[in-house]
Structure formats: C-alpha cells, structure tokens
Design a protein around this ligand. Structure first.
Ligand code: ADP
Length: 752
C-alpha cells in the first residue's frame, strides 16, 4: 500500500490543527477588532477548505463516500476563502469600499455554495458550476491584488507602503495555495494547503500584532544573502572549473593553477559584490523607509524653516514616516531668572495643550535633560527612583502631554528644546534603534530650533514695538489735544474770568461817578447792584466749577447719599433753565421719570449734573430744537437716564475727550460767557463735573452722536447709568448691546 494517503491525511490534520490553534489565539484575545473577527472567519473557512482538499486527495482510498463530494466542493470553498480574504485585505488597508466588496463577494460565494450543494444530490450537471466558481475566484483574486498594488503606489507614507507590501507578499502563498487546490488531483494539489499555511502564518502575525516588520529591509537582507551565496558559489566553481580547463592547456600542476585563480577571484569578489548590491538597491528602491535618507531630507527641509510651528510639524511628520505616532510636539525652553527652565509646547501633531510650565532649578528631571543626551522615557519619569523626587506638578505636566519619549535638543551644548514624541499606535515600545534614530533627529534639530526661536523672538519684539509705537502715537495725540486744552485754558480763563470782572469794574466806576456827582438815587442803586450781581454769580459759578474739578482730581467728590426722587430732582434742574428754554424756543420733554423708584443719591450733586447736561443741550442746540430726557429701569440694580438733543452733535474722536478737564470742541474764540447762547460754551469743566458726580455714585456716562455737523444738526445722546443704591466704586453695569437703545428712539416714538 502506498505511503501517500497517510502523508496526505497527516498533513491535512496538522494544517487543520494549526488553523484551529491560530483561531483560538484570536478567540482568547481581549480586543475583538473587525480585522480579528474577519481573520477568525478566514481561518475557520480555511479549516473547511483544507479538510475538503485533504478528503478529496485521499481519492476514495479510505472513505469513497465523502471524497467525491469534497472534490466537488473545493472550488466553491476556495472562492468563499478568497471572498473572505479580499474583505480582510480591504479592512487592513482601510479601503472605504469594504462593505460593497464584502457583500458582493459574500453573496457570490453563498449562491455558489447553495448551487453546488443542490447539484451534489441531483446528478449532474456540475461542470458549469465548477467553472463558474473558478472564474469567480480568479476575479476576486485579481481585484484583491489590484487593491494592494493601488495602495502600494498611492500611499506616500513609508509605513503604509510597507503595510501594502507586506500584505501583497503575504497574499502570494495564500493565493498560490488556493490556486494549487484548483488543479486536478495530484501531489501539487496536495501541497496547496501547506503553501497556504505559510501565508496564513504571515496573515496571523500581521493581524495579531499590528506592527509589521520592515518588509523592504527583510527583502533586502534575503536578496543580499542570495547574492552573496550565488557570488561565492560562482567564484568557487569558477576557480575549480577554470583550473580544470587550464590543466589540459598549461603545463602546470592543478594546485599551482588554483592558487593564482583563487587570488584573482578574491580580488574581484568584493567589487563585484558591491556592484550587485547597488543593482539590487536600484531594483528595490522606492519602497520602505530609509532612516539615513529620511534624516538627510529632514535636515535639508528644516534648513530654511524659521517658524516654530512649522518646524514642530516637520519634525513630528518625519518621525511619523518611520513610526505610527499620532502626537508629538516641540517643547521650546527658556531660562528663567531663578535658574529654572520654562517649557512651552509647540504642537506638531495631535491635540497638545499649549500650557507652559516652569521647572524648578533643582528639578531632577531638568538635571537629566541638561546633563544627559540620552532620550528620557515617560516610563522613567513615572518610575525611575531618581526622577520620582521631582515635584508632582512637573510630573503631572509631563503626563498630561501624553508623550512616550523626550529627546533633548541642543545648540552649542546648550539645551534649546525637547522633542516630545507620543506612543506608537501599535502600543509597542520604541526599540533601541528607533530611539537612536529619534536622538539623531533631535540632534539635527538644534540649529534650526535656535534660529526659529530667535526669529520668533524677533517677531514678538517687532509686534511689541509696533504696539508700543501705536500706543505712543495715541498717547501723543491725546497729550497733544490735552496740551492744547491746557493752553486754551489760559485764554478761556482770562476770557471767562475777565469778562465778568470788567463788567463789575464798569458798574463800580459808574457807581463812583454817580456818588461824586451826588446823583445816586435808590432806584439806580438797585439797578446797578442787580447788574453787578450777575457777573459776580458767573464768577462764583466758574470758581465753584474749578474747585469741584480739582476736588474730583484729588480724591473725588464728597457725596452725601440720601433718599432722592429722580423726577423731583430732574424737575428742579429743568426749572432752572425754564427761561433759557423759552427764549431759545427749545422744547424739552421727559419720559418715564416717575417710574423710577426712590434712589439713594446725593441730591444736590445729581441736580448739578442734570443741570449741566441740560445746559449743554440748550447751548449746543439751535433755536427751535428739541431736548428729550428719558428714564428706564435696566436691571434689578440699575436705571438709565438719557439726554437727547437735536443739536450740532459731537465728532467720534471728541466723544471721550469732552469729559476731560478744560476740553472744548472747536476754536476758543467762538466761546462766549453767555449761559445759554447757541454754542456759548463755558470753561470746559461742566462734563468733567458731571462724570465726577455720576462715577462718584458708582454709575457710568458716555455719549453717542453721529458726528459734528452744524448744518444738519444730527444731535447727541448722553447716557447716564446709575445704581438705585448709589455707592462708591466702579460702575458695575455691563453694557449689553441691545440695551443701547438710543434716546433718539424715544424722540422718534414721540414724533410718530
Ligand atoms: P463747557 O463748560 O464749556 O460747557 P463741558 O465740559 O460742559 O464744557 O463740555 C465740553 C464740550 O463738549 C463743549 O465745549 C462742547 O463742545 C461739547 N458738548 C457738550 N455737550 C454737548 C452737546 N449736547 N452737544 C454738542 N456738544 C456738546
């Protein structure tokens, strides 16, 4: 009896058992990713398929009843196996069309399986189904090879190319094994499952560990070994055969011939080997990751980079070409005055917090970075006895960065930064060679980082200088205007003070003359006294205003808070200007004053502020204009009073300045001492006092106006926001934009 059936049976059992063991490993793994589930199904189908092949190969020797159907099931099982394989490849290479591929190939295999099973029991015609199955398998296999080749050509990242290459090479024994079983019965078909098993091992490794070996490096070593072997054999054979050939022609002994031939062979061996090696490198070029090349490319690229963000991105990207990392950053260092070090993260990849930290001067972690060039692992930060002494704050900060390795970057021996690289996606630790590569990369970053830091510093300095210049310009303009105002004060003061004084002196002279001529009657005395008291009142007002302004400047107004009725206080203030309003034919209306409940305020000062605002409204509104005073509650603690007029308006650049002491818009010569004449301004203290009073109550004041225009009179609106309970301290009301309902709106309301 032949030994073949026994060999076939034993091989079949070994193959089946191996698939089963591989399946069990997947079953007991905790994470069941889609790849692993598909691989599990693939191996399960592999067992069915290998069993069918083994049974069919036994060729009715042992159990004829099952070998025949098994024979007929091989093509359809092979197709089903290929269908699972293409789905798995799509998943591994992250092709988005995986669901379409899985559905199409799964349906196809299912239909074939049902058809085959049906025809197993209804004789014949099985031949067309077998052919269809074989054709289907060929199509699926071609599509799969197409996917892998496309991935290989498409991906620019070395790691992805390596992955595609790995799966392409793995599929060679898998596809070859399946193809062999589609042959007619014989030793080749019997070898199918064994060849397939070789591929299944590679597949198992690729799915189980995720981290794939560097295929190009492996291929390269294999090729080098083959070349070396072939060359050595060729040389030895050359020497031996050459000696034989020469023996018949040259009158020298065999040994004497071998020696010079061996010397010649040894001399040409090395150059020849190098030539072969270069040839192989040329043929294999373009796939895989070459650290030396990557480092060369890196230093060329960063040579011109002056931007820290860009430098961080390029550094981490270069690392990502070699290792599957998702996060990385440059930690830029800055010496602190205390001798510590500030670290500022510049993210290169992934979400990295930009929060900075200052390492203590005595920090062991800092000492490690400063003194040693070797990479520091996050694991060491957590567990190294020497580093455990570092402040918890520093260790926490490093931990929240979620990096795995830190590589010191130096320039002229000084620590200028740290390259921080996150963990590999595979979860594998960095190998010593990987760390060596990362260290070299960090070394090369030194000069570029220093340049980029210097440039960054210059840029920041430049921005700072520009800002300072801008501030200086604004301050200068403001000072210029204030200076003008101060300068104007002299002329205003001389004008404002001298005019009433001259009036007083004039009337006093008249009095003297009348007294000398003895013509002074009581009626005259009364009239002249009346004329004297008006300029004196004016003088008094100006002096009082100056006193108030200087008090506001020194320590703020002294205020006496009492229960105050807003409407009553306002009415008093309006009353004061009744004659003026009448003479100038200005209509003054009020809204909502009575709705404001009793407030806590200094009644006298509030009266003064309102009076000033009304007087300004009258002075800067032409005859026949309107003034509208409106009040409303803003929130639980605040109310607003607006003073709107239809006057000449205020330019936007003046709207802040008019509250400054002695500031007045326009030419000084235009002003007159008139209390309520059109455009007849005073000494420029009115609004300063108003602001002092309002802010003294914890309120705020501002003006809105479309601009200054004497012709069209766009008007101005003074907004006063006050707390119901006046208090010292800054205004606590935050201005929501929708509340800025201009008082002009009240006016429109009225017009409508
Ligand atoms: P003055 O005591 O001279 O009236 P203020 O401090 O009250 O000074 O006002 C300063 C300047 O603000 C005024 O000279 C005037 O140019 C401008 N101003 C104040 N109120 C108004 C207003 N309602 N309309 C237009 N301009 C105004």
């Amino acid at each position: 009896m032949s030994i073949w059936p026994t060999i076939i049976a034993v091989t079949g059992i070994v193959v089946g058992a191996t698939y089963l063991i591989l399946m069990l490993v997947f079953v007991f793994q905790r994470d069941k990713e889609i790849d692993k589930i598909l691989a599990l199904a693939y191996l399960g189908m592999g067992i069915l398929w290998a069993s069918a092949v083994t049974l069919a190969n036994l060729q009715r020797i042992f159990i004829p009843l099952v070998t025949d159907p098994a024979d007929q099931l091989i093509p359809v099982l092979t197709t089903a196996l290929a269908a699972l394989q293409i789905t798995l490849v799509c998943s591994l290479l992250e092709w988005p069309i995986i669901s379409i591929v899985a559905t199409a190939s799964g349906t196809w295999s299912g239909m074939l399986l049902l058809g085959t099973l049906y025809f197993l029991f209804v004789p014949p015609p099985l031949i067309p189904i077998l052919k269809i199955a074989q054709g289907g398998w060929a199509v699926i296999t071609l599509a799969q090879v197409g996917f892998m080749t496309a991935t290989l050509l498409r991906s620019r990242l070395a790691l992805y190319r390596n992955r595609a290459l790995y799966w392409l090479l793995t599929s060679v024994p898998l596809v070859a094994g399946m193809a062999l079983t589609l042959l007619p019965a014989g030793p080749l078909r019997a070898a199918g499952p064994v060849v397939h098993l070789l591929g299944a091992f590679a597949l198992f490794r690729g799915v189980a560990t995720y981290w794939l070996p560097n295929v190009k490096a492996l291929l390269w070593s294999a090729l080098r070994l083959t070349l070396l072997l072939a060359l050595t054999i060729a040389m030895i054979l050359g020497v031996l055969l050459g000696a034989d050939w020469l023996n018949t022609r040259v009158p020298l002994s065999h040994t004497m011939l071998i020696i010079p031939l061996a010397i010649i062979a040894a001399l040409i061996y090395l150059p020849l080997y190098q030539l072969f090696q270069r040839l192989a490198a040329y043929l294999l070029g373009g796939v895989g990751f070459d650290p030396a090349q990557a480092l060369r490319d890196y230093s060329q690229t960063i040579g011109t980079v002056l931007d820290l963000e860009q430098l961080a991105a390029i550094a981490v990207e270069t690392v990502a070409q070699a290792f599957d990392v998702r996060r990385g950053a440059l930690l830029v260092t800055m010496e602190t005055e205390r001798g510590g070090l500030e670290l500022q993260p510049v993210p290169g990849r992934g979400e990295v917090s930009r929060e900075t930290i200052e390492f203590e001067p005595i920090s062991p972690i800092l000492a490690r970075f400063r003194e040693q060039d070797a990479p520091l692992l996050q694991y060491e930060v957590q567990h190294h006895p020497a580093l455990r002494a570092a402040a918890q704050r520093e260790r926490d900060w490093l931990r929240q960065l979620e990096m795995e390795v830190y590589l010191p970057i130096r320039s002229q021996g000084e620590l200028t930064g740290i390259l921080a690289i996150g963990p590999q996606r595979t979860g594998e630790p960095y190998s010593p060679r990987a760390l060596e590569f990362l260290s070299t990369l960090a070394h090369q970053t030194g000069v570029a980082l220093q340049n980029a830091s210097l440039f960054e510093g210059l840029r920041a300095l430049n921005a700072h200088i520009t800002e300072l210049n801008e501030n200086l310009r604004t301050a200068y303009e403001r000072l210029e205007r204030l200076d003008k105002a101060k300068g104007d004060f002299l002329s205003i003061a001389s004008h404002e003070l001298r005019t009433p004084l001259t009036q007083v002196r004039g009337y006093v002279d008249i009095l003297n003359e009348l007294a000398e001529t003895d013509t002074l009657g009581p009626e005259q005395v009364r009239r002249i006294a009346g004329n004297i008291s008006r300029p004196i009142r004016r003088l008094e007002n100006i002096i009082n205003a100056m006193m108030d302004a200087s008090q506001i400047d020194a320590e703020g107004l002294s205020l006496y808070f009492t229960s105050t009725m807003l409407s009553a206080t306002m009415r008093m203030a309006i009353e004061q200007w009744a004659t003026a309003l009448e003479e100038r034919k200005i209509t003054l209306t009020t809204h909502g004053l009575d709705e404001i409940p009793t407030i806590q305020a200094d009644t006298q000062r509030l009266f003064q502020a309102f009076s000033n605002l009304i007087s300004n409204g009258i002075k800067f509104t032409p005859d026949g204009g309107k003034i509208t005073i409106a009040a409303r509650t803003l929130d639980r603690d605040h109310f607003e009073v607006t003073f709107a007029d239809t006057g000449i308006g205020i330019g936007s650049s003046e709207q802040e300045l008019i509250f400054e002491k002695f500031y007045r818009v326009g030419s000084v010569s235009l002003h007159s001492t008139g209390d309520y004449k059109f455009k007849g301004a005073g000494p420029g203290l009115g609004l300063t006092i108003v602001r002092g009073v309002i802010e003294g109550h914890g309120g705020c004041i501002w003006v809105e106006s479309p601009g200054y225009d004497e012709e069209h009179c766009p008007g101005s609106v003074f907004h006063v926001v006050l707390p119901f309970k006046g208090h010292r301290g800054p205004c606590q009301w935050k201005q929501p934009s929708q509340v800025l309902l201009s008082a002009l709106a009240f006016e429109n309301m009225e017009d409508n």
